[in-house]
Design a protein around this ligand. Structure first.
Ligand SMILES: *Cc1c(COP(=O)(O)O)cnc(C)c1O
Length: 418
């Protein structure tokens, strides 16, 4: 269908072009391999591919800017694919894990235990025991955890290393997901922290510092700076109640990446300037403390794509549908069902026809028998046929591991690092 016939449907805004992957001979290239060749190499669709050079570049840019004064941690939950985590391990200052399985992946990747921390609102006794046995830093998120850790420390004859995850008394403005401030299941309310520090002292746990995480997917530098300043001030105030000097102060992150029409890249320069100022203050005010931030999607999100193949092409009452072998069971976020209020399109390409000029308005849906299985809704794309390769960009974080892969019992997705 041509564009002229589309006057009855409102025109959807078109995506800002993504520039991280080059186009050669009309094909999108991931890690210097054309998408058709990569699909042949993987041996199947659908798959996720992560570009190791792009991940390295995003890490190195920040490390260089931090001048060794601020530590950079990777939040493994954003993408726990073992090959990717192993690629990141030797490049970064630490890993933040959120389950025993993520801890295993971090340890397998060779990250030293002194540089792994474990946060999460509900930790099982078994997980806490594994973490103490490993010797990693535990972010305490309740009084129950403090008591359990004391018990485990006694049993193992190993003192638990702990930091307190603080639920701050402020909120991160314009955050995609708020994870601190107000009533939250995460961390311990700032007002209760002095009592928790007293408990930690009484129980003989090894207190090492504070962790604050206000929220994620933020594209406004001023909001992130404000959250970091307020987090720092709060930690400083709470440090006065600490049983020992603060050794580590993790200020969270929340750096977003653009997914939707109209969104633009986060300007990290002012955030870096602010962090370097806070590092300077840390030297004076908490002289034994290392200042850290933790990032997930910002480090890996733009380096990944999800690739699936057109199985069928149908017209239904004037609308064209491309039906693919992949969808929401592999990529819940792109389907709009992972925390989106109003469904918006991720950037999508017909990657083996990257510079085609014949365009049409299509919807791309998956093989699942549910109207939720959408990859693109009325997007203008090159005309595609069965066999063509649909690629969803900005898919390196919260993809495979954040999707209901067993829903409708289709095959699981494959992941590769290129
Ligand atoms: C999820 C999470 C992150 C990572 O968030 P991104 O938006 O991927 O950067 C960092 N810290 C904590 C505590 C988290 O729960």
């Amino acid at each position: 269908m041509s564009e002229h016939n589309q006057t009855s449907t409102p025109k959807r805004p078109i995506h800002a072009p993504q520039h991280q992957f080059p186009v050669q001979h009309g094909e999108l290239c991931i890690g210097d391999i054309t998408i058709t060749r990569l699909a042949q190499r993987v041996g199947q669709t659908p798959f996720y591919a992560y570009d190791r050079q792009l991940v390295t570049a995003s890490i190195q840019d920040l490390l260089l800017a931090f001048e060794g004064k601020v530590e950079l941690h990777y939040a493994v939950k954003a993408n726990p694919f073992p090959a990717l985590v192993s690629h990141i391990a030797p490049q970064i200052d630490g890993f933040d894990v959120a389950s025993a399985q993520e801890l295993k992946i971090a340890l397998d990747a060779g990250m030293p235990v002194t540089r792994i921390s474990f946060a999460g609102p509900g930790k099982r006794k078994e997980e806490l025991t594994q973490a103490v046995a490993a010797g990693i830093l535990l972010h305490i998120e309740s009084f129950r955890e403090a008591h359990l850790l004391a018990e485990i420390s006694n049993t193992l004859g190993l003192p638990a290393r702990v930091a307190v995850r603080v639920n701050p008394d402020f909120e991160l403005k314009s955050s995609g997901m708020k994870m601190g401030g107000g009533a939250k299941p995460f961390g311990v309310d700032a007002e209760q922290v002095p009592a928790l520090l007293e408990t930690i002292h009484t129980l003989g746990l090894e207190f090492e510092g504070f962790h604050l995480f206000a929220g994620s997917q933020n594209l406004r530098a001023e909001a992130i700076i404000e959250a970091q300043q307020l987090s720092y001030a709060l930690a400083l105030k709470l440090a006065a109640h600490a049983p020992r000097p603060v050794l580590s102060l993790n200020l969270g992150g929340g750096f977003g990446i653009p997914y939707f029409p109209g969104e633009t890249e986060l300007d990290t320069d002012p955030i870096i300037t602010n962090l370097l100022e806070l590092a300077e203050r840390t030297k004076q005010e908490l002289p034994q403390a290392r200042l850290a931030i933790e990032l997930g999607r910002y480090l890996v999100g733009e380096a990944g794509v999800y690739v699936c193949r057109v199985l069928d092409r149908k017209e239904s009452r004037g609308q064209v549908f491309l039906i693919t072998d992949g969808g929401m069971h592999h990529h819940l976020a792109a389907s709009g069902n992972l925390g989106q209020v109003i469904r918006k399109n991720y950037p999508v390409m017909i990657a083996n026809r990257a510079d085609a000029t014949d365009k049409e308005t299509v919807s791309i849906t998956g093989p699942l028998c549910t109207p939720l299985d959408i990859l693109a809704e009325r997007m203008e794309l090159p005309c595609a046929q069965p066999g063509d390769l649909i690629t969803v960009l900005q898919s390196g974080a919260y993809g495979a591991s954040a999707s209901p892969q067993d829903f409708l019992s289709h095959p699981h997705v494959v992941e590769v690092l290129v």
